[in-house]
Design a binder for this molecule. Structure first.
Ligand code: SF4
Length: 104
């Protein structure tokens, strides 16, 4: 194998690896909080706030959701976003937990 061909193969393999890594990064979805996670259970997190047990969490009011919480790192248009209460894992915009604080 001559030097030019070897160099071409190395460049092609490198470019292919970079493309694969970029594609993986784009497809990688953020980790979502599971309702079964210990801290989610402790805070009464539900990915659908309307299903909150109001007997257990009487502070919940209809219409409250993560997207309206000051701790939600996304906008009201984002289906999910990071929440610092859960270490930056993503929560559903429709979710709710007992740490909810109205967004200013
Ligand atoms: S702190 Fe706010 S954004 Fe985070 S899970 Fe609870 S209600 Fe949702």
């Amino acid at each position: 194998m001559n030097q030019q061909r070897r160099t071409f193969i190395i460049y092609a393999a490198t470019a292919s690896s970079i493309s694969a890594a970029a594609a993986f990064a784009q497809k990688a979805t953020p980790e979502l909080v599971k309702e079964s996670d210990a801290n989610a259970v402790a805070l009464g997190y539900s990915s659908d706030g309307s299903k909150t047990d109001v007997k257990k969490y009487p502070q919940y009011a209809a219409g409250q959701s993560c997207s309206g919480c000051t701790l939600y790192a996304g906008t009201s248009k984002d289906a999910s976003a990071a929440c610092p209460v859960f270490g930056g894992k993503f929560v559903s915009g429709k979710g709710w937990c007992s740490a909810w604080v109205k967004k200013a």
